[in-house]
Design a protein around this ligand. Sequence first.
Ligand SMILES: Cc1ncc(COP(=O)(O)O)c(C=O)c1O
Length: 393
Amino acid sequence: MAEGPIAPLNPSARILMGPGPSMVPPRVYKALTTPLLGYGDPAFHRIMDDLRGLMRFVFNTKNELTFPVSGTGSAGMQTAVCNSLEPGDHIVVCINGFFGLRIADMAARLGADVTRVEAEWGGTIDPAKVKAALDAKPRTKAVAIVHAETSTGVLHPMADIAQLARQYGALLIVDTVTSLGGCPVEVDAWDADFVYSGTQKCINVPPGLSPITVSARGQEALAARKSPVVDWYLDLSLIRGYWDGRVYHHTPPTSMIYALYEGLSIIVEEGLEARYQRHTTNAQALHAGLEAMGLQLLVKPELRLPSLTTVRIPEGVDDAKVRGALLNVHNLEIGGSVGALAGKCWRIGLMGYGSTPQNVFGLLSSLNIVLNQQGFRADGPAALGAAARVLGG
Ligand SMILES: Cc1ncc(COP(=O)(O)O)c(C=O)c1O
C-alpha cells in the first residue's frame, strides 16, 4: 500500500472514447443503486424473466436459452468455447485480430484440435480458406468468428461463414462483444449457435456480465455431450437450472443485472434501427473528420465497424504522448492498440451512449490540438467542417 493516508475514491469523470469500457448513462448508474433482492425472491425472478426478453430483442433471436453469464466478455467467450467443445473436438477459428487469437487459445487449452484460418489484421477472412479447413476435417464440431474485431475495427460480413458452418454441420460461435447494441446482430437470421457479448461496449453498462444466447441446435449439442463441461462456474446446463428452474447455482450479481436491465431498456426505447443509424452517422462523421485532418484509417470503408475506429499513428508522432495529453489535459480516453497493431494505431470508440455528435467534434478538436503540439500539422478546421457536413451542421 502507498505511504500516507488513503486517498478518497474520486476519479475524474473521463470522456471514455477508447475500446471500452464505454460511457455509462445516468439511468444505468442509478439502476446500480437499486436495493438488492434475494436470489430466491419472486420479485427478482420477474426481473430475470423480463431481462431475458430484453436480451432476445437486441440479439434478434427467439432462442429460449438466453441469459447473462457472470463475468466480463471473456467469460462469455469461455462459456461458448467450453460448452460447445469437448477435448479432441475439431474447431476452425477465424483469426483476423486479437480476439480471434484468444478464442483459439481457449479452445487449445481445453484440448480441442484447433485449425486457425488467418487474415491480416484490418482485413477479413477468406471464406474459401474456411471451406478448405472444413473439407480437410469434415467432422468439425464448430466454427468461431469475431463479428466485430475491437483490435482492428473490422465488422466481419457473416453470410458466407454462417452458410459454411451450416453446410458442414458445424456449430457457429460468434463474438458480438463490440457489435451488440451498436450495429445489427441477427442471431436467428445468421442461424448462429453460441453468440455472446459483453456489457461494457455499446450497451453502456459497466464490465461484469456477458449476455449469451444458444440455438436449439446448440442445446442439442449440450445434451449430447459425453463429458461434463470442465468449467463448473460456466456450465450452461447448470446455470440454466437457476434461470429456468430457480435452483441455486451461484449468487447472481444482482446490481449488474439491474444495470443490464436498464441499459437494454434504453436500447428498446430508442429502437434498434434508430440506434444503428445513429452509430453509422456519427462514425461516418468521425471518419470524414479524421481523414480531412490528414490522418489515415486502417480499415477500408465497407468493412468499418461503426462503434470502433482504428487510425494509423502518423510517422514521427509519439503514441504515448498523444494519448497522455488527451487523457491528462482533455480528460478524454482513446485506446492504443494491441498485438500486431501495437504502437501503430489508435482506437477510438463511439459506443452507444457515447456515440454523439458532441463526442465526434470534441475528439476532433482535442486531437487536432494535441497533434499540432506534437509537431504534426493537423488541419483542425477541415476536420470539423468535414464532420459537420456529414452531421448536417
Ligand atoms: C471482440 C471482443 N471479444 C472479447 C472481449 C473480452 O471482453 P472483456 O475484456 O470484457 O473480458 C473483448 C474486449 O474488449 C472484445 O473486444
